[in-house]
Design a protein around this ligand. Structure first.
Ligand SMILES: O=C(O)C(O)[C@@H](O)[C@H](O)[C@H](O)COP(=O)(O)O
Length: 249
C-alpha cells in the first residue's frame, strides 16, 4: 500500500492530478484505452475542476478514456445528488471524452435492471472473448477512484449491510433505508481486480475512521473500506494532514 500524505485538500488534488497524468500516460504507452471508474461524494470535485483547467486539460489523451462509475445514488440524472451529474458538471462537460465511451450507471430503469445492464457492460469490457467464463481474467479497470465516508463506507458498501459481502455479482442495487433511496454499486470483487485503486480522504472528520481502516483490526462489517484490497493491482491512499492526524506512522 502507498500512502501519499499532503498538506491540505488543494495540495492533494494537485498531487493526485500529477499522479494521474503520469499513470494514464504510461498506461497508454502499452495499450490504447484507459478504463477509469469515478467516485461520487464531494472530495473528487476539486480534482475534477483542476483536471478541467488549461494547465491539465492537454496533459491527458481524453479520447482514449472509457469512463465508468463506482456507485450511484438512484435519483434522476438532473438531481444534484446524482454522482454522474457531479462528474459532468465538474469535468466531463469540459474535456473531450467521446460520449460513446462514458458509461453512466442508469437510473431510468428499475434498480435490478440497471445493475444487470451495467454488469453486462463490464463483462463485455473486461472478460476476454476467448474466456467467456472469466477463469483466466486478471484485471478489470485500469483505475478505480474511491472516497471514504466518515463511517468507513466506500462505494455504496455501508457498514453492517449484506452488500459489503456481495461476491456473486460485480454490480448490485439495494434499498438504502438510511437515505431513503436505492443505490447501485460495484461490489468488492470487481474493484479488487483493478490495476490500481486510489482512495481520496480529506478533513478531520475522517481521522478516527481512517486510523481504524488502516491500522485497526480487520472488521469489514464495521469498516467496509477495508474490503478493498487489490489482488494484483496497486492500492494508494491520498490523504491530507487532517485526515491522517490520528495515524501512528
Ligand atoms: O455516492 C457516494 O456517496 C459515494 O460514492 C461515496 O462512497 C463517497 O465516495 C463517500 O461517501 C465519501 O464522500 P465524500 O467525498 O463526500 O466525503
Amino acid at each position: 500500500m502507498n500512502i501519499h500524505l499532503l498538506e491540505n485538500a488543494d495540495n492533494l488534488s494537485k498531487e493526485y492530478a500529477d499522479w494521474l497524468v503520469d499513470y494514464v500516460g504510461k498506461t497508454l504507452e502499452k495499450q490504447d484505452r484507459f478504463t477509469i471508474a469515478l467516485s461520487g461524494g464531494s472530495t473528487p470535485r476539486k480534482l475534477h475542476e483542476l483536471l478541467a483547467t488549461d494547465a491539465y486539460k492537454d496533459k491527458i489523451d481524453w479520447s482514449k478514456l472509457h469512463v465508468f462509475w463506482g456507485d450511484e445514488r438512484f435519483v434522476p440524472f438532473e438531481d444534484e445528488r446524482n454522482n454522474a451529474k457531479m462528474a459532468y458538471d465538474t469535468l466531463l462537460n469540459h474535456v473531450p471524452v467521446p460520449a460513446s465511451q462514458i458509461h453512466v450507471m442508469p437510473t431510468n430503469l428499475s434498480p435490478e435492471d440497471a445493475s444487470a445492464e451495467y454488469e453486462k457492460l463490464l463483462n463485455a469490457y473486461f472478460v476476454p472473448a476467448d474466456d467467456p467464463g472469466g477463469t483466466d481474467f486478471h484485471f478489470s479497470f485500469d483505475l478505480v477512484i474511491l472516497g471514504m465516508g466518515d463511517d468507513g463506507h466506500t462505494l455504496s458498501l455501508f457498514p453492517g449491510l449484506p452488500v459489503v459481502h456481495e461476491s456473486s455479482k460485480w454490480v448490485t442495487s439495494f434499498w438504502l433505508e438510511a437515505q431513503d433511496m436505492y443505490r447501485i454499486t460495484l461490489t468488492y470483487p470487481i474493484v479488487n481486480k483493478a490495476r490500481s485503486v486510489t482512495f481520496l480522504a480529506t478533513g478531520e472528520k475522517k481521522a478516527v475512521v481512517l486510523k481504524e481502516v488502516l491500522e485497526g483490526i480487520k472488521n469489514v462489517d464495521l469498516y467496509p473500506s477495508q474490503i478493498i484490497q487489490p489482488e494484483q493491482g496497486e492500492l494508494h491512499w491520498f490523504v491530507d494532514r487532517a485526515a491522517a492526524s490520528k495515524l501512528s506512522r
